[in-house]
Design a protein around this ligand. Structure first.
Ligand SMILES: [Fe+2]
Ligand SMILES: [Fe+2]
Length: 360
């Protein structure tokens, strides 16, 4: 079976966000997870609004032998226990004597377990810090039943949880994207916190130039998501320590288009601004070679915040610059790479000492 990367799963889930049908959505998430985990079935239980029971919503893969309508009270069985504690439970082998006791404790009150069940991994589905349900994955290979693999799976499950339609709002998309961006950055010490810092620098610059509120709202989202397209670029290119080949660089450049494509599912104007965050004032940037005011203002702001953060962060191939050195670099490139008026405003921010407060 072809192995999928977590990155491609995330991309697939994000691109399917406009699916509003709960059943289709759970089917997609379930299939992805089965494929990724090499498991045989997964079951979704969702918390009933306004009460403490979980109700069975969907099975993907092998149908379990269970009643049509199953309700599990909070605290009972494996699913109820995961919901109550809001933490995963793993039972690598239901026949193993060391698991047996645990399984027996849960088993007698657990209608989702049948004679075909060999192993169980149950995870809470959490959105905005509150529980919305439980995902139970059954019959997965032993190597997937480790703490390390659960840790790897959790961000994906969180993302899946946000995309469950009955919870989907504009806000939840931003939250989802935030999780995806964090997930992307956490894998690499060199980009850790980059998107959040770019958002903070961008918002400060927006305040300084009195950007209208509507554009400020767009800027907040776009600056956070500007590099989200990198989520599907291979680690071997993204994290390469040496010099990139020309074709590798071309691949990295694609993150603008990929990011715009992902975000276009939500809003075309936002997508446009993400597309243009690597354009240059002199028209020599990418992907379209736009110049001056043809580049959206939001993208011009992000370009400055992005470069300042990149220069003041260490990279595998160079030391980090001091803020005053990075500022000199921005000034040197005002009017060629960057919008000169925005650089002026950024210099004022620096002189006021405001940039120092940005720490992630
Ligand atoms: Fe970028
Ligand atoms: Fe960036």
């Amino acid at each position: 079976m072809e192995t999928m990367t977590i990155e491609s799963l995330i991309e697939e889930i994000i691109s399917n966000l406009d699916k509003y049908n709960l059943d289709d959505c759970l089917q997609d998430i379930g299939e992805n997870i089965l494929h990724y985990m090499n498991a045989e079935r997964c079951l979704f239980f969702l918390l009933e609004p306004g009460n403490e029971d979980l109700s069975f919503a969907k099975a993907v893969g092998d149908e379990p032998a269970m009643a049509d309508v199953v309700r599990i009270p909070m605290g009972s069985g494996i699913v109820g226990e995961v919901a109550e504690e809001c933490s995963p439970i793993v039972i690598p082998d239901v026949k193993d004597p060391s698991c047996k006791k645990k399984f027996a404790d849960f088993g007698k009150m657990t209608p989702e377990i049948d004679e075909k069940t060999k192993s169980v991994l149950a995870l809470p589905l959490v959105v905005f810090g509150s529980l919305i349900g439980v995902l139970e994955i059954q019959n997965l290979p032993a190597e997937m039943c480790t703490r390390a693999s659960i840790r790897k799976l959790l961000p994906l499950v969180n993302i899946a949880a946000v995309s469950i339609p009955r919870r989907a709002t504009d806000d939840s998309f931003v939250k989802l994207a935030e999780i995806a961006v964090r997930f992307l950055e956490e894998k690499d010490e060199y980009t850790h916190g980059h998107s959040l810092r770019v958002m903070r620098y961008s918002m400060m610059l927006a305040d300084k130039i009195n950007l209208p509120i509507k554009e400020k709202n767009e800027l907040r989202i776009c600056s956070l998501l500007h590099d989200i397209g990198k989520v599907i670029i291979k680690d071997s290119i993204l994290r390469k320590k040496g010099k990139l080949t020309e074709s590798e660089f071309e691949t990295i450049k694609m993150h603008c288009r990929i990011g715009a494509n992902i975000c276009s599912k939500i809003s075309r104007p936002l997508a446009r601004k993400i597309l243009s965050h690597h354009e240059r004032w002199d028209g020599k940037g990418y992907p379209e070679g736009l110049g001056e005011n043809r580049i959206p203002l939001v993208s011009r702001i992000i370009a400055i915040a992005d470069s300042f953060d990149a220069m003041t962060s260490a990279r595998p191939y160079r030391e980090k610059m001091q803020p005053h050195e990075a500022l000199e670099e921005l000034k040197r490139n005002a009017g060629t790479q960057f919008d000169p008026h925005l650089v002026e405003a950024f210099v004022v921010l620096y002189n006021e000492g405001l940039l120092d407060v940005v720490k992630v």
